[in-house]
Design a protein around this ligand. Structure first.
Ligand SMILES: Cc1ncc(COP(=O)(O)O)c(C=O)c1O
Length: 470
């Protein structure tokens, strides 16, 4: 087996270097602290702990793979947005991750909740979230879901198409109820990680284009419908955004439309939502801003634009998901196999297979996302070696962590932990290969609590009703 040279991987013949941003750590046991939730640490023996609970105990009591959610960290991030954006409404975007416990924490910390399906709405209602503090999104909401949202009295429905405006009009006409509506607009801004692109048009399924005139027409139609109450405009420009430049362009275009609706249609809307998308650190490449800094920048942008347009600053809201739940959670896996694979030119790659994979974290395969990880159950004296962490699924692209330096003696039975998996991992998890979706274990003050239990084979088989002929 080819192992890393004693002096490090860069000195070994035929070794891989990994991406340019990835640096070989002096000590592969050390945590890169800003990637982990506040209460994660390594204890004297080198084992990973969260809120005082060693991961071996979590694995023993709850099995692996498991999502481990640091409750105080989640609540702290929710509060940081609430306080940073004081005076604005902060809607936690439930699509990032939602369960009844999380919905309750969100409400307890004074945030509102954004849902985008009948299922997410059901979770929010079961958790006892005040429907008036729920916003309902989606580009193709079913009539049934819209009816349900109206029945329970959600605080705002973000309309996304002319068909939806028609449906809502039908559902409210003669029903003695008015639907509070916001219009989802596309501002011609696309933001991804460190870059954003400002264009006139957007080729995507969400929202009404400002440039084409559809957004103004949507406002006209909503105003013409007796049962609809036009509250404002909504813009969401993308994900993993690290600065306010994209928000500035979007806010300029959205507020200009806001002013046009007032001057041309004679209606002053009360609200503007600037969406979510605030970035988090998955690896050492990422250096996210704080909610307080973002808030100060966004406030200044909105005030400046409103002054220029001569309009009052509307009531504002945002919808962070990832930035609240993402860093609060890590995934705990057990290593099953370690394999050295020979590559061209005498190089080799170490594949470390864990007991989860693309069924619990699809982001690497879907978005080419980068993650990092650490040996969680012990410390090691072995030199760092570049490894690729993969899952157990029947798919070559089933990669969890593309490149990471792990101690060279990682072996079956070791626990590995991958930080920043709170957002869009459990919520996008699948049963591929009939995998059982992992539990979510909340940890606080030395205690663990199952907030979402592990699926069982009975759960899987329950939906497979056989279709026997009559
Ligand atoms: C309309 C809307 N709001 C908020 C969010 C949350 O984004 P993030 O989790 O990146 O903050 C999304 C994510 O796709 C979204 O589509």
């Amino acid at each position: 087996m080819v192992r890393a040279h004693e002096a490090g991987w860069a000195h070994a013949e035929g070794a891989l270097r990994g991406p340019a941003w990835l640096r070989e750590p002096a000590d592969p046991n050390a945590l890169v602290e800003h990637l982990w939730s506040t209460n994660v640490a390594k204890d004297a023996s080198g084992e990973l702990t969260v809120a005082g609970v060693p991961v071996s105990r979590i694995a023993e009591e709850h099995g692996t793979p498991a999502y481990v959610l640091d409750e105080d960290d989640f609540r702290g991030r929710a509060r940081a947005f609430r306080d940073g954006f004081a005076g604005w409404d902060v809607y936690y975007a439930g699509k990032a991750f939602l369960c009844t416990a999380v919905a309750r924490w969100v409400a307890e910390e004074g945030l509102c909740l954004d849902v985008c399906s009948e299922g997410e709405l059901a979770v929010a209602l079961r958790a006892g979230v005040d429907p008036a503090r729920i916003g309902f999104h989606g580009n193709n909401k079913s009539v049934r879901a819209l009816r349900r949202a109206l029945e329970v009295g959600v605080g705002r429905i973000i309309v996304d198409s002319f068909h939806e405006i028609e449906r809502l009009t039908e559902l409210t006409t003669g029903a003695g109820r008015r639907a509070p509506v916001m219009i989802r607009v596309t501002a011609g801004v696309e933001a991804h990680t460190h870059e954003y692109i400002a264009t006139a048009h957007e080729d995507q399924k969400f929202g009404f284009s400002i440039t084409s005139g559809d957004a103004l027409e949507a406002a006209r139609r909503v105003l013409a419908a007796d049962g609809l109450e036009l509250r404002g405009l909504h813009s969401h420009i993308g994900s993993q955004i690290f600065d306010s430049a994209g928000f500035e362009v979007a806010a300029k275009r959205v507020l200009a439309l806001h002013a046009r609706v007032a001057s041309e249609l004679g209606h002053t809307m009360l609200e503007t939502d600037l969406g979510g998308g605030f970035g988090i650190a998955y690896t050492t490449q990422d250096d996210p801003s704080t909610p307080a800094v973002l808030a100060a920048e966004m406030r200044a942008i909105v005030e400046h634009e409103c002054r220029g347009l001569g309009i009052a600053v509307p009531h504002l809201s945002i919808e962070p998901g990832r930035a609240i739940v993402g860093p609060s959670t890590f995934t705990l896996y057990e290593v099953g196999t370690v394999k050295e694979v020979a590559l061209d030119g005498g190089a080799s790659r170490t594949y470390v297979s864990v007991d989860g994979g693309m069924s619990d974290n699809i982001r690497t395969a879907l978005y080419d996302a980068d993650y990092s990880c650490t040996l969680a159950s012990r410390s090691s004296e072995a030199a760092p070696e570049l490894a690729r962490v993969v899952g157990h699924h029947c798919e070559a692209g089933d990669i969890v962590v593309k490149d990471e330096f792990l101690p060279g003696d990682v072996a079956p039975g070791d626990l590995l932990a991958v930080p920043a998996t709170g957002a869009y991992c459990r919520s996008m998890a699948s049963n591929y290969n009939h995998a059982l979706r992992p539990p979510v274990i909340a940890v606080r003050d030395g205690l663990t609590r199952v907030v979402v239990r592990r699926e069982t084979l009975d759960d899987l088989l329950a939906t497979d009703v056989g279709g026997s002929e009559e």
